[in-house]
Write a protein that binds this ligand. Structure first.
Ligand SMILES: C[S@@+](CC[C@H](N)C(=O)[O-])C[C@H]1O[C@@H](n2cnc3c(N)ncnc32)[C@H](O)[C@@H]1O
Length: 279
């Protein structure tokens, strides 16, 4: 099923990317929408709904804004847009924002700061742990951690074994298990914290996964999730892949729908850290 994307995060990306498309030659609005869908089609490898379908109303808002700013103009006939000299200069300015991505480590440090001091009784679940990026950091700081991964992709099918080997070297109270969050054999209300890094974007059904997170958290427990930033900064580092993730505005909607509260978000360069609580 397709998901039409709108909101400030998508608009921020379109302000740059419509200029990029028009720098390739004059186009109609529909030609640009089609190109965005086609260029993001590889996202289907990770999730069937991963292709970016920008809402046509959102594209129109951005076209009007770019025209008002003198960055693009309509050609005679009123259908095709072309870029102006100022528009070409604006692309260069946007691209100067491309930098080495350091957001993931920064976000992990912030997540650990938000968890506070480890207490011997509190349990943490790391969902989509891969080779244990978060789980191992948390175990090192004294948390009791279970890391799970479904091994859904070629690159991740052996991740759990690699995480286990690293845990054996490092020590700490950490267990790794191959499991899908939706089928994890743990009682309800088991964990004080559920954390996740760069995994939510490739979960097949994000709604069911969030429901499972809610089931597994104790009342008053926190969910802390790091993923790509949907928007310009995410796109400049990760390309169309960033649109597999959930945007700031979609997170609010999804978390409220699944009865999470106390939502806070932190922009960490090309990553977003989301914090929320099960009441
Ligand atoms: C890109 S990796 C991230 C690994 C690690 N957390 C990190 O930050 O480097 C995403 C992982 O999520 C796992 N995954 C996807 N869907 C899952 C699910 N429903 N339950 C558990 N793990 C899942 C994939 O197998 C993959 O290893």
């Amino acid at each position: 099923m397709r998901r039409t994307r709108s909101g400030p995060s998508i608009r921020e990306f379109l302000q740059y990317y419509l200029l990029v498309l028009l720098a390739e030659g004059p186009q109609t609005k529909w030609e640009m929408v089609r190109q965005i869908r086609e260029r993001s089609a590889d996202n289907r490898v990770y999730r069937p709904t991963g292709v970016l379908w920008p809402a046509s109303s959102e594209v129109q808002v951005v076209l009007d804004k770019l025209a008002a700013d003198g960055l693009i103009e309509l050609l005679p006939g009123g259908q095709r847009w072309q870029i102006t000299a100022s528009g070409k200069r604006a692309i260069t300015k946007y691209e100067e924002q491309k930098q080495e991505s350091g957001g993931k480590e920064k976000a992990a440090e912030k997540l650990i700061e938000l968890l506070g001091t480890a207490s011997p009784d509190s349990r943490v679940l790391d969902v989509g742990t891969g080779q244990g990026f978060l789980a191992l950091k948390l175990a090192e700081r004294g948390f009791r951690v279970l890391g799970i991964d479904s091994g859904s992709f070629d690159y991740s099918k052996d991740s759990i074994q690699e995480a286990q080997q690293q845990a054996a070297l490092q020590g700490g109270d950490v267990e790794f298990r191959q499991a899908d969050i939706r089928e994890l054999a743990e009682p309800d209300d088991s964990f004080d914290y559920v954390v996740s890094s760069q995994a939510m974007h490739c979960m097949e059904d994000q709604q069911e996964c969030l429901q499972a997170v809610h089931r597994l958290l104790k009342p008053g427990g926190s969910f802390l999730c790091i993923d790509f930033l949907v928007g310009l900064r995410g796109f400049l580092s990760h390309g169309f892949h960033c649109f597999l993730a959930i945007s700031r505005e979609e997170w609010v909607e999804l978390l409220l729908e699944h009865e999470f509260g106390n939502i806070r978000m932190y922009d960490m360069d090309d990553y977003l850290l989301i914090e929320s609580k099960k009441p």
